[in-house]
Design a protein around this ligand. Structure first.
Ligand code: C5P
Length: 238
């Protein structure tokens, strides 16, 4: 069993530890939840376990279908063993339906299907509040090379296609999601997590929100929504 050594990083939802192997980290998922740039804080019961499990399952589905990820194995209820990537400080957001900040920015009614899916980049910087950036900014700030940007784009489209199709039989609509990538011995790998914290999932029949928007917007039923997504995804894989 890999052992946790030095705490390398503590974020809003996860802790990352070094292990005895310089190529591997342990990621521990917390129940803590934040929104609106850290202004809203709370906890979501069992979130750590649910997000660790869902991330493990999504990463397995994606890597089997050709998307390289940092995931190695799940080592505890809220703990994943991953490749020791260096995170590229660019968040990649893909969107199929207008919601959240896109609906606001472009004056679209939430729920409007986009004629073509949209990809956006954000600069991962707490001090700057994660501003939206484009390929030129990424190159100017040397956040990633042109090749790495192309790889992130192409993996993000592939994730969108694969997860949309995977979730459809569970009557879950993938509205939008955020990905992070990392470098591992020069290779771009999908990293971080894929969960109701980082994706918008809507029930395909009722349109009910089954993700962190329930926490952000005080809609109630937050824990139940996270549990519901996990139980539907587990059923798909049975
Ligand atoms: O807030 P916005 O509409 O831009 O979010 C788009 C998608 O990215 C949502 O699925 C949201 O959960 C995710 N996101 C995230 N982390 C952020 C910002 C957005 O996971 N810091």
């Amino acid at each position: 069993m890999p052992v946790k050594s030095e705490l390398l990083y503590e974020g809003k939802a996860k802790r990352v530890y070094r292990t005895g192997d310089p190529d591997r980290y342990l990621v521990e998922f917390k129940d803590d939840a934040t929104a609106f740039d850290g202004l809203k804080k709370g906890t979501i019961a069992r979130k750590g376990e649910i997000n660790a499990r869902l991330s493990a399952l999504f990463f397995q589905v994606l890597s089997r279908r050709g998307v390289p990820t940092h995931f190695i194995e799940q080592t505890g209820p809220r703990e994943l063993l991953v490749r020791a990537v260096e995170i590229i400080p660019v968040e990649v957001v893909a969107r199929n339906i207008a919601a959240g900040s896109l609906a606001k920015r472009l004056g679209l009614a939430e729920g409007t299907p986009l004629k073509r899916p949209v990809l956006e980049f954000y600069y991962k910087s707490d001090a700057l509040h994660d501003p939206m950036i484009n390929n030129y900014h990424i190159a100017a700030l040397e956040l990633a090379t042109d090749t790495q940007i192309k790889e992130m784009e192409s993996y993000a489209w592939k994730v969108n296609e694969l997860l949309t199709e995977f979730l459809q039989p569970a009557d879950l609509v993938l509205v939008d999601f955020k990905l992070e990538f990392g470098l591992f011995h020069g290779h771009v790998l999908l990293a971080d997590e894929i969960s109701p914290d980082t994706c918008r999932f809507w029930d395909g029949t009722s349109g009910e929100k089954l993700d962190k928007d329930r926490f952000r917007r005080d809609l109630g039923g937050v824990e139940d929504a996270y549990e519901e997504v996990l139980s539907r995804v587990e059923k798909l894989l049975q």
